[in-house]
Design a protein. Structure first.
Lengths: 476, 234
């Protein structure tokens, strides 16, 4: 999809006033964090597993070339085929070519963020192939022509009434008077409608949570079972994934799997964890005849070896979104591309450019919750700061903002001026605002006072109180 | 330059390495060959076998798998028939053509209609064996093969898994060991933890999104524990 991240401030303002969205986000705010907390309290080793998870990913990234070579060799040895793609365009072309080679008309899809990243659905459709999303949330947003608003719960921004409306419009062949009041009936309707689609599809496309170098396997983690029907029933299984998903061994995958579901939904383990290796074996009664892996780079090598390398550890669990006060206030669409929340604020500028997505690393309170819940301890706030620095260095921020920052830096780096300035400013503001006790507006700070009043300073500054306290402490 | 060479060269450039030293390559090969276990939680690893079986049952029930423990193979057909009747399901099922299931005296329940093979769109109930059951999270481990088609695990509304208590292992890593003992890596390994579910609409969990709505385990006790069970009613 075309990113609209440059419009974050406008998007965010609109979303804050969207009542339905705010109701939906209200449901999300408590659910995921609470269940995650309960799950990790039951596993005393969780913290130690986070350290191991981080070490596994760091080791793999430091040897990414070698592990990818081993991975590819083992995919080939088990009868599969790896298609390398430098860009989104190459990845889309690879998928299309495979689909065309078997004369595919319809393609079922399990949820894949990489497929969203390369806007695969639009491309297939434009080339005469019908993609059908089968994850319930993805199916709903596909019908609504919306992007996902969350990386594991794509329709989290919707209430059931909106889903019912969508289904009535899309499933016109069904009785228009049927009841669609409950999630249960909506879920059953999607199941019924999608079942024949699973059976008829020529190609099934899934993502991958992990790739295992040792065995040449791809692993998906789902709850619905749609990914499994997608990859078992059609003649061809295509895995669309990216280079940083590889881990050395099945044991390493097990460690990361222990972190993933608990961090994501707070489950001990997702309903279905599926390891796929090659096409069906001789004598097998089902399974695909062809197994393809489209391995995407799309800017990831650019993160290796630099200040953003840690981002490549990301498991796409969504814990950082689920605990982010900014995400909780504005939802995922405001971020304007496929990856929202703190992980999106770091990844999006890397993949679509800081010029387009420079607002995202600024949309943070720096509360640090994202880093504290990340299963592989990605220093998200630090990396958002790196983006801000780059934005400043590349002169991407507006001139007023830049000169303001420069002024501030000049002041903050000279303590004597700083103390003198704040002392005087404090006194002036305190004196002038004495009668009302607060300011509705201040020169040069309209952006700040627009949303709240500034309290008039009372008495002395913190610095002078602190200095006095230190002096008294020494005496006592 | 092909995309492959370009990406690998880009990675090497980013990692600041020229030609890869032989010992780095050897270290990577060695790490894979050793496939050393990382930290395995004590939850199941610290228990004896009976404790692990109990933990498996408890964890499985927590995620809405139903479990019935029987004393021997002889009791399995009766339990399957009872379960189907209790759930108001027809006495008809598609069963994995696996030799392990031949040991069960199905002829004792002639009313049970059994077809052997893969599942099709019309099949409401499937019955399968499993490779192992992981106590840690109440997870079943099933592998694909000529005798154990994967469609049985996903197409029917109800899946029944018949297993022996001896198949319960502590952790996923024990499952990997069993896998490596097989003649070849199967096409598909399914770790199944409860029936299919979704929370995609208003975060309210619904069972049976696309896969089975019901997952029922018939667990045959080890000989030494079988005596604890009262004989099942005929």
């Amino acid at each position: 999809m075309q990113p609209t991240s440059h419009a974050f401030p406008l998007n965010a303002r609109a979303e804050l006033g969207n009542e339905t969205l705010q109701r939906a986000l209200g449901l999300a705010r408590t659910g995921f964090p609470l269940r995650r907390q309960q799950a990790i309290e039951r596993l005393p080793e969780f913290e130690a597993l986070r350290e191991e998870g981080r070490a596994i990913k760091d080791h793999t990234l430091a040897n990414l070339d070698l592990y990818l070579e081993v991975y590819e060799r083992n995919v080939t040895e088990t009868g599969g085929q790896v298609h390398w793609a430098r860009t989104a365009e190459e990845a889309r072309a690879a998928v299309l070519e495979i689909c065309r080679s078997v004369g595919a008309k319809t393609v079922t899809k399990g949820k894949s963020m990489v497929a969203e990243e390369i806007a695969l659905n639009d491309y297939l459709e434009a080339n005469g192939i019908t993609p059908i999303e089968t994850d319930l949330g993805e199916y709903i947003i596909q019908l609504r022509h919306e992007p996902p608003s969350h990386i594991i719960a794509p329709a989290i921004h919707l209430m059931k009434e909106q889903v019912a409306e969508t289904f009535r419009a899309a499933h016109a062949e069904l009785d228009p008077t049927r009841a669609l009041d409950e999630p249960r009936t909506l879920c059953d309707e999607a199941r019924t409608v999608l079942r024949p689609r699973f059976l008829d599809a020529d190609v099934g496309i899934t993502g991958a949570n992990f790739l295992v170098a040792e065995t040449g396997s791809s692993i998906i983690v789902t709850n619905e079972g749609n990914g499994d029907l997608t990859q078992t029933l059609p003649r061809v299984h295509i895995v669309i994934t990216s280079i940083e998903k590889v881990v050395p061994t099945l044991e390493d995958a097990a460690t990361l799997l222990r972190l993933l579901a608990r961090s994501a939904t707070g489950q001990e383990f997702s309903s279905y964890t599926t390891v796929s290796t090659g096409p069906r074996r001789p004598g097998d009664l089902d399974g695909p005849e062809q197994y393809h892996v489209v391995l995407l780079d799309n800017g990831r090598t650019g993160l290796l070896g630099g200040e953003f390398q840690d981002m490549l550890r990301c498991l796409r669990c969504s814990a950082c979104l689920n605990h982010c006060p900014v995400y909780a206030a504005v939802g995922g669409h405001a971020y304007g591309w496929v990856y929202p929340g703190p992980m999106g604020a770091v990844l999006t500028p890397a993949l679509v450019g800081v010029g387009e997505a420079g607002h995202l690393p600024n949309a943070s309170t720096f509360c640090g919750k994202c880093e504290s819940v990340c299963p592989v301890k990605i220093p998200l706030p630090k990396m958002m700061r790196h983006w801000r620095e780059r934005q400043f260095a590349e002169r991407l921020a507006p001139p007023v903002y830049r000169s303001g920052l420069r002024l501030w830096a000049a002041l903050a780096q000279r303590p004597r001026f700083y103390h003198a300035f704040t002392e005087i400013a404090g006194r002036v503001l305190g004196w002038a605002g004495k009668s009302r006790g607060r300011y509705r507006a201040l020169p040069f700070a309209a952006g700040w006072t627009q949303m709240r009043d500034m309290a008039a300073p009372e008495g002395r500054s913190f610095h002078s109180l602190w200095a006095e306290r230190q002096r008294r402490g020494r005496r006592g | 330059m092909t995309a492959r060479d370009d990406i690998l060269a880009g990675i090497r450039r980013a990692l600041n390495r020229g030609p890869v030293p032989a010992d780095t390559k050897a270290a990577v090969a060695q790490r894979i060959a050793a496939h050393r276990r990382n930290l395995v939680p004590a939850r199941a690893a610290a228990l004896n076998h009976a404790g692990r079986v109990d933990l498996f049952v408890r964890m499985a029930e927590e995620v809405q798998t139903t479990v019935v423990r029987v004393a021997s193979e002889a009791e399995v057909p009766g339990e399957v028939a009872r379960y189907l009747a209790a759930e108001n399901l027809p006495a008809e099922l598609v069963m994995a053509p696996d030799a392990a299931l031949d040991l069960i005296p199905w002829e004792a329940r002639p009313l049970l209609q059994i077809r052997r093979g893969r599942a099709g769109p019309g099949d409401a109930v499937s019955l399968t064996p499993c490779l192992a059951a992981v106590a840690e999270t109440g997870t079943l481990m099933l592998v694909s093969g000529p005798d154990t088609p994967t469609t049985l695990n996903f197409l029917p509304d109800t899946q029944i898994v018949v297993m022996r208590a001896g198949q319960v292992v502590a952790a996923y890593e024990d499952g990997w060991d069993l896998l490596r003992a097989l003649p070849a890596m199967p096409r598909t390994i399914n770790f199944i933890t409860g029936p299919s579910r979704t929370g995609d609409i208003e975060q309210r969990i619904q069972l049976g999104a696309h896969g089975p709505r019901r997952l029922h385990v018939v667990l045959i006790e080890d000989a030494e524990r079988a005596a604890e069970h009262a004989p099942a009613a005929a």
